[in-house]
Design a binder for this molecule. Structure first.
Ligand SMILES: Cc1cc2nc3c(=O)[nH]c(=O)nc-3n(C[C@H](O)[C@H](O)[C@H](O)COP(=O)(O)OP(=O)(O)OC[C@H]3O[C@@H](n4cnc5c(N)ncnc54)[C@H](O)[C@@H]3O)c2cc1C
Length: 324
């Protein structure tokens, strides 16, 4: 028996979120007294795979094929379900990100398993299997019991402490059992942005909304982000207006992030926006409207004009960095 965890890689490397997932899966596996088996899809060097042993992986199944260079939901789900069957998996863990949300339901269908998304902690009980999860777009927490033999869950980012353990893992090439006909998607061209902090990975995020007033007002926000080493984000209307790229749009229909610090500048705090940021550890909202919903969700609020507050934040960040 095993707990399976799918660890996504980016250009052959794992990120902090992968270590969080393996730590989480390992904690469940330890409770169940079973192995932690990692499934890695795509080309990842052994030294990278070996790192996962530091977080509790006992066995690492590495499925490689040139066609895995692009996320093909159906093909990825086939590989993970096959690995789950081969290892008699009782629990399968994904990240609650774009990939996890696309692939985990397919895996659940293939294994006739119950599915819980956006889980925020270790299961409250293993028998019956009950998890705590975000509900109402992260506005509240709910409990969900999964009654099927196999359970598929996706873990909300930044929900579990990364724990290093002593141990080693075996690495096995995994035969994905897929012929070319099983791939629906083909990579034609790839354009990558380099030197930018990846938003979903950023520990600090500075974000702007319509209160920024125009695309021309973004340089102090970018300056603040650069000083702090933060990623930049925005609300959906800002991306819709073309003030910022859609890759920066966070929320229900955008990216879901959970940084340690989220600074929201001139963003109202609509429920659809909060859905993407409410798992942030600390939220700071700057708004001229004392009734702005963001003040309800924020840990710190600054009532003021963003165009006056931002330069002060930039100066404060500069001075803080100078004295570090
Ligand atoms: C199905 C659906 C999905 C959606 N998905 C998303 C999503 O994923 N992400 C998302 O962000 N939105 C999403 N939305 C839109 C969402 O409902 C809000 O309309 C949007 O988040 C508002 O963006 P905003 O706060 O930037 O703009 P506004 O609502 O216009 O708010 C601007 C805020 O700035 C403040 N302000 C104005 N001037 C200043 C100033 N000078 N200084 C400081 N503060 C100032 C105002 O008081 C106000 O609170 C979705 C909507 C729907 C219906």
């Amino acid at each position: 028996m095993s707990v399976i965890v799918y660890t996504e890689n980016w250009e052959g490397k794992f990120k902090k979120s992968s270590y969080e997932l393996v730590s989480y899966a390992h904690s469940i596996a330890t409770e169940l007294g079973v192995e932690t088996v990692v499934v890695s899809i795509g080309q990842v060097a052994d030294d990278q795979l070996n790192i996962l042993a530091n977080y509790g992986a006992n066995k690492i199944l590495s499925a490689t094929n040139d066609k895995f260079a692009v996320l093909d939901n159906a093909a990825y789900a086939s590989v993970i379900a096959r690995a789950a069957k081969a290892n008699n998996a009782k629990v399968i863990v994904f990240a609650n990100n774009f990939t996890g949300k696309a692939v985990s339901p397919r895996v659940a269908v293939k294994l006739e398993a119950g599915l819980a998304n956006s889980v925020t902690a270790l299961p409250l009980s293993l028998d019956p299997f009950v998890v705590q999860k975000n509900v109402f777009n992260g506005k509240a927490l709910g409990k969900q019991q999964i009654n099927s033999d196999i359970k598929v869950i996706s873990l909300a980012q930044n929900s579990f402490e990364i724990k290093e353990v002593e141990g080693s893992a075996t690495i096995e090439a995994f035969d994905a059992g897929l012929n070319d006909a099983k791939f629906d998607t083909q990579l034609i061209e790839k354009n990558t942005v380099s030197g930018k902090i990846i938003l979903t990975d950023a520990e600090l995020v500075v974000s702007g909304g319509r209160g920024m007033k125009s695309a021309d007002n973004w340089s102090p926000l970018e300056e603040l982000a650069a000083i702090l080493g933060a990623g930049t984000a925005c609300s959906r209307p800002v991306a819709d207006e073309g003030w910022r790229p859609h890759a920066e749009h966070v929320g229900q229909t955008g990216k879901i992030i959970a940084p340690n610090l989220y600074i929201a500048l001139g963003i109202s705090g609509a429920i659809q926006h909060l859905a993407g940021v409410s798992s942030s550890k600390i939220i700071v909202a700057v708004n001229t409207d004392p009734e702005a919903p963001f003040f309800e969700a924020a840990d710190y609020g600054i009532l003021g004009d963003v165009h006056k507050v931002l330069p002060l934040l930039v100066e404060a960040a500069k001075s803080f960095k100078a004295h570090q």
